[in-house]
Design a binder for this molecule. Structure first.
Ligand SMILES: Nc1ncnc2c1ncn2[C@@H]1O[C@H](COP(=O)(O)OP(=O)(O)OP(=O)(O)O)[C@@H](O)[C@H]1O
Ligand SMILES: [Mg+2]
Length: 375
């Protein structure tokens, strides 16, 4: 029997829970062609939410097309243009011939190279050229031009958008994107990414090109009360049983993190024949901690001593990190040391200063630090 839980992949259909208001808001933004920017710590459900909202919006509005692009592996401006052009052609064409025809009509210099596949989603599209950059302007307006001609509307969703901050001469590139995109009438952009710190830098700094580009949504965690029903349902769908109290334990143990809730639920499910026992809860959690201990150790060994000491103070539950007592106890020299270490850890997305206080982004890493590494 297959596990009814999903983690590390897009959560869809029965694997997707709640987010009712966020989904409705995003669907309406897509239908209204409002530019949106989605920011949250890692693994809180950005990609899944965008996919769901995109599917719904498309089903509700006939001439709307949603184009999904993930630029995690994109390293240069040229690669970006190529990927953008290919995905726009793909999402606005129903047949192979149409891809070729659109490329011919809207991209004067680029000749598409199609590698076989059917349906259209599995077709490979690349271009016969060394110089995509020459066609940059055409590519950046490709969606708008196709939309106009075919009476379509388009939402281009770009995942891992913070990657663009790593391109050479990134600010000039960002300025170029913005100068094109802000003129579009029939195309909207939904930009999101998993490096919260970098996303904030691109979108919320006054002097940067993408400042106030669109509606910025800081995604919250799914509230803890929503999960038990979901977990119980998923167990039931495979003929197994888990109690509400046990589900609440799962949610609490991983600090209400959606990814870990699904992972821990799966590990518990694996250890359940028909009715879940309390013993399997602890075993499942320990299994996850052990599974990632190697990675946790590798990450920790890249940190400076001050950064490690500060993490020690944080996972022990201290709030006043620059108080003399905390600095003394954890070997932190002075408040400047604390501040520097804190900023570095925020930059690495290890800690968050989202709310009023500093929190650990990864609850399992926090547990491992406290109980194994420092314990
Ligand atoms: N609405 C949801 N319902 C159920 N599970 C969810 C939901 N959203 C996220 N998850 C769980 O969290 C995992 C991560 O979700 P997703 O990849 O959408 O998040 P993300 O914010 O895009 O992550 P990253 O920051 O790594 O890009 C999913 O694989 C799933 O296990
Ligand atoms: Mg994602």
């Amino acid at each position: 029997m297959n596990s009814p839980f999903v983690y590390g992949r897009i959560a869809a259909d029965a694997s997707f829970t709640d987010r009712i208001e966020e989904t409705a808001a995003l669907v309406s933004d897509f239908k209204n062609l409002t530019n949106t920017i989605l920011i949250s710590p890692r693994r809180w459900g950005k990609s899944s939410l965008v996919r769901r909202a995109g599917a719904l919006a498309q089903s509700e509005k006939k001439n709307l097309r949603i184009c999904y692009i993930d630029i995690f592996n994109v390293r240069t401006e040229e690669e970006f243009y190529e990927k953008l052009a290919a995905e726009i052609l793909r999402s606005t064409s129903s047949f192979l011939d149409e891809v070729v025809a659109n490329a011919k009509r809207f991209l004067s210099r680029l000749i598409p190279v199609i590698t076989a596949g059917d349906p259209i989603n599995s077709v490979g599209i690349s271009f016969k050229t060394q110089d995509v950059k020459m066609s940059a302007d055409e590519i950046l307006d490709l969606a708008e031009n196709i939309a106009k001609e075919k009476n379509l509307e388009l939402v281009i969703c770009i995942d891992e958008f913070q990657q663009i901050a790593n391109f050479g001469d990134s600010e000039a590139f960002q300025a170029k994107l913005r100068s094109h995109w802000q003129l579009h009438q029939r195309v909207a952009y939904c930009l999101y990414g998993s490096r919260r710190h970098m996303m904030i830098e691109v979108f919320t700094h006054r002097e940067k090109p993408f400042y106030k580009f669109g509606k910025t949504i800081f995604l919250e965690k799914i509230s803890p009360e929503k999960w038990p029903e979901f977990i119980m349902d998923r167990f039931r769908s495979t003929g197994k049983e888990i109690s509400r109290t046990q589900c609440e334990w799962i949610v609490r143990k991983v600090d209400n993190n959606p990814y870990y809730i699904q992972q821990l639920s799966e590990e518990v499910w694996n250890r359940t024949d028909s009715i879940c026992t309390d013993a399997s809860l602890d075993q499942a959690f320990n299994a996850i901690v052990n599974m990632q201990a190697g990675l946790d150790l590798a990450l920790t060994s890249t940190l400076t001593l001050s950064q490690q000491n500060l993490l020690h103070a944080i996972v022990d539950g201290n709030k006043e990190l620059t108080s003399a007592a905390v600095m003394g106890k954890y070997g932190l020299k002075n408040s400047i040391t604390v501040l520097r270490a804190k900023n570095a850890l925020i930059k690495m997305d290890i800690i968050d200063n989202f709310g009023k206080e500093v929190t650990m982004e990864d609850p399992v890493y926090a547990y491992w630090l406290k109980n194994v590494y420092f314990g």
